[in-house]
Every structure is written in C-alpha cells, then in structure tokens.
Design a binder for this molecule. Structure first.
Ligand code: GDP
Ligand code: IMO
Ligand code: MG
Length: 430
C-alpha cells in the first residue's frame, strides 16, 4: 500500500500538520506537492511547537525521508530560515530532505505583484492572499516565459536568465497601478542573493519524480501532505477566492508525479467547526460574539500571517462535497475540545437557495453568497475532553455529534483530536 494522503476539507488550517506528524512513523516518505509558504502547518511535540511552511511535517521523525515535489512553489530564503530553525532546535535536516529541481521559485517580483494585485478580483472583493507571491509564481509557471525552476538556479546561465526576466518584470510592474509595485529590481543584486541561496540548497535538490516512482515501485510507504484545503482548490473551490493550486485530492498526482494508481487511502481532515482566512463567501460564518468565542477557544489566528481567522459552524454540505471530490475514505475530526466548551452547537445540514432546499455545493460564488444555511442545533456537553484518550472517554453527546457529522458527510470518522498534542488523539474503535 504505497500511498496515503492527508487532505484538508475546509478552507485550510484543519490541523493537517498535527495529523501528518502523528502518522509519519508508519511511512517511509512524506511528500508536500502543492502550495508554498502560504501554508503554515503546526506540529506540537511536548513543550515544543514547530511551524512549518515548506518542509513536510514528517521532518521531526529522523527515520523518514521528506520530499518537496514539483508542484510546490519554493521561496528560497523562507525555506533556508526553516532549515536553520530546525537545525538549531536539534532536528536532523541533512540526508532526509529532498527538493524537486522542477519546483518553481518565488522571486521578489512575485511578492510585489501579489501586493499590487491583491487589491481586488474582477468583482472588487479582496482575495486577501497571504502576500507570499503564490499566485504570481504559479501564473509565471503556467505562462512559462518568466519562470525560474529550482534546477535553473543551479545552471551556468542563471545570471542571464535573471537579467532577462528583470528587464521584462520592470515593465510589467510599472504598469500595475498600486504602491506595492514600486520596488526597485536590481538584477545583479537579485542574482548575487539567489546564487548564494542556490549554493546552500544544492545538496537537497534532485529529481524527486524519479525518486518517488522508484519508491512506489519498490513498495515504499508514501504519505502525501496536502496544503490549504479543498475549498481553496483553484478549479473546484470557491473561485476566485481560492489559492492558485489544486489543493483538493485531485492535485496529488500532478503535484508529486506519482500516478493515481499508487494512491490507496485518503484521509480528510476537518475541524469540528469552520474557519476561513481572507476574503470570499463563508455560509456558516458567525461574524459575531459566537464567532469570537470560537476564535478565542481555538486560538484561531493564522500560522503564517497572524491574521484572525473567520469562524463559524461546521458546514456538512461543503465537507460532503470536498470529501467526495478528494476521494476521502475516512475523516479526522479535529478541535473537538473547542466545541466541547460551547453551550449550543450548530451544524449546517443543507442550504436554502431561492426558496429551495439544496444539499449540493454551488459552483458559482454568487450563488454561494446567497445561500442560507439550514441548521440542526445540539445542546452542548460543556465538558473538558482534552484528557480523553479513547472514544469511550468522550461524553455521549460528543459521540452523537461525531456520529451525526459522519452521517452527513457520508464517511466514517477514524480519528478525533482533542488538543494540539500528539497524545491528544483518539482512534476509532477505542
Ligand atoms: P494546518 O495548516 O492544517 O496544519 O493547521 P494549522 O497548524 O495552521 O492550525 C491548526 C492549529 O490547531 C495549530 O495551532 C495546532 O497546534 C492546533 N491544533 C491541532 N489539533 C488541535 C485540537 O484538536 N484542538 C486544539 N485546540 N488545537 C489543535
Ligand atoms: P494551510 O496549508 C488557510 C488562503 C489565503 C487567501 C487564499 C489565497 O496552513 O492550511 P494565497 O496566498 O494562497 O494566494 O491566498 O488562500 N490560504 C490559506 N488559508 N490555510 C492555508 O494554508 C492557506 N493558504 C492560503 O488566506 O484567502
Ligand atoms: Mg495552517
């Protein structure tokens, strides 16, 4: 069974990092395959908290290989800081990290473009990106003319490539009206800086596609770590309020180079409520005291940007959609300790659109903006569950809530999380 995948089923930050770290011991290789430094995956081990943006959450286990695949967009200084942070904290990052030479590189102009163009979509609402240059880097990847891959940084003509792109980017940036575009692009300085990064990264760079194909054929156990969440998928999410990669299960093969035939098990990760960072529709949002209460209890502030996350109730219409889209076999339901402190809990079981009850997730953002959630309300159990270690330690009402979510989403719940720690995890059947 080579391939297991961990996919976020909401708008990101579902605690994928915690789950991947927990599962890592059962695998040989952990793979990140899309997204970039927009991701912030938190792993808590005893009193230590690690925030990972680029490096797979398997890195804390020294036995496991960690691969950053071709579909990722890499920011060299951020990645090097992350490597330094891990090494300083005694984590091995020498022969257990491999970066695809095909991965695209985020360069200073991408950050400037992100800032300049984040002002609005075609209909005026701000996407609220992480400003990490993700969209512009993927745009250049697809556009091809101005793209730089990690392998290009190690080639003798890297200096000429930078000079040629800087010339073009100066013109492009001066055409963007906003202040963010006012950066001074000095080709020599950028080359000097990035050539230094290239030398530091050189030992990690290789053909990860060939490596993973060999590994799959040799029956090695692969764990794929999704970034963002399926509702942020560029094709299947709440477009245009999405990220620029396929963050649902459909992106695993294209981003890693591992054919779908090797992917056997998909674990969908969801919070017991919902959060979203940035703009875009969020039908069950509680932009009120209730939402603030969830934010306080769940410490819902962005791992990457520190922004307060928008909070609301569990949306079973949305998660059923993303569980089907991602081919999910079982759910991991996170943050059960947070809802365990609420006197009343709601779950969205359907939407009303134009007076009709619907249970499908609308494909157009304007329709999603207009839906009214239909809620089921449960009385809360108001019990501290952070020390629960088996299903039978949970109050009956909590078990009912988990069962109801499982029914509505149409998938069994395999894992329940009751806190950030590794040990605060309950497996089904216990
Ligand atoms: P990711 O991007 O999906 O990896 O998620 P983030 O790391 O951005 O956000 C999840 C946050 O929730 C992190 O701060 C985790 O340490 C924390 N966390 C994980 N599981 C639980 C849980 O069951 N309960 C609580 N209270 N926090 C959790
Ligand atoms: P992890 O992997 C939550 C959101 C941004 C914005 C939109 C587009 O930690 O779950 P981008 O910078 O990608 O162009 O921003 O996507 N976003 C995330 N939200 N968790 C993430 O990653 C996110 N990565 C991007 O807030 O709404
Ligand atoms: Mg995160």
């Amino acid at each position: 069974m080579p391939g297991t995948c961990v996919i976020g089923l909401q708008w990101g930050d579902e605690a994928k990092g915690k789950l991947v770290d927990l599962l890592t011991a059962q695998f040989d290789i952990v793979i990140r395959y899309q997204g970039g430094a927009n991701a912030g995956h938190t792993v808590v081990v005893s009193d230590q908290t690690y925030k990972l943006h680029h490096i797979p959450s398997g890195i804390l286990n020294p036995q496991v290989m960690n691969v950053v695949g071709p579909g990722v967009v890499l920011n060299p200084p951020t990645l090097l800081k992350e490597i330094d942070m891990l090494v300083e904290r005694g984590i091995k990052v020498s022969d257990n990290l491999m970066l695809s030479d095909r991965a695209h590189v985020v360069l200073p102009w991408h950050m400037a473009e992100d800032k300049a163009m984040n002002e609005g979509t075609a209909d005026g609402e701000n996407i609220g990106t992480t400003l990490r240059g993700i969209g512009p880097c993927y745009r250049d990847k697809v556009g091809r003319s101005y793209a730089v891959r990690l392998g290009d940084m190690l080639r003798p003509d890297f200096k000429q490539k930078i000079a040629r792109i800087v010339d073009a980017k100066r013109n492009i940036l001066s055409g963007l009206a906003h202040d963010g575009a006012n950066i001074d692009l000095d080709a020599t300085a950028i080359y000097d800086e990035y050539a230094t990064y290239a030398e530091r990264l050189r030992p990690f760079v290789g053909d990860t596609t060939a490596y993973l194909l060999d590994a799959a054929e040799a029956n090695q156990r692969l764990l794929f770590e999704g970034a963002q969440g399926a509702l942020l998928d560029v094709d299947h999410g709440t477009y245009p309020f999405v990220t620029s990669s396929n963050s649902s299960g459909v992106g695993i093969s294209s981003g890693s180079g591992v054919p779908a035939k090797w992917l056997n098990t998909v674990i969908g990760v969801a919070k017991a409520y919902s959060t979203r960072v940035g703009g875009g529709p969020f039908p069950t949002e509680q932009d009120n005291e209730q939402g603030q209460r969830i934010r306080d209890l769940g410490h819902e502030y962005g791992t990457t940007t520190g922004r307060p996350r928008r909070c609301g109730w569990f949306d079973a219409v949305a998660v059923r959609y993303t569980a089907r889209l991602s081919g999910v076999d079982s759910l991991s339901l996170m943050m059960m300790d947070v809802v365990s402190q609420l006197p009343e809990i709601k779950v969205c079981v359907a939407y009303e659109l134009d007076g009709k009850r619907i249970t499908h997730f609308p494909s157009h953002v304007d329709d999603l903006r207009r839906v009214q959630p239909v809620y089921e309300t449960m009385t809360g159990w108001m019990t501290d569950v952070t020390t629960a270690r088996k299903m039978s330690d949970l109050p009956g009402a909590a078990l009912q809530y988990i069962q109801r979510i499982s029914e509505l989403v149409g998938r069994p719940v395999g894992v329940v999380s009751v806190g950030p720690g590794r040990e605060q995890t309950i497996f089904a059947g216990t």
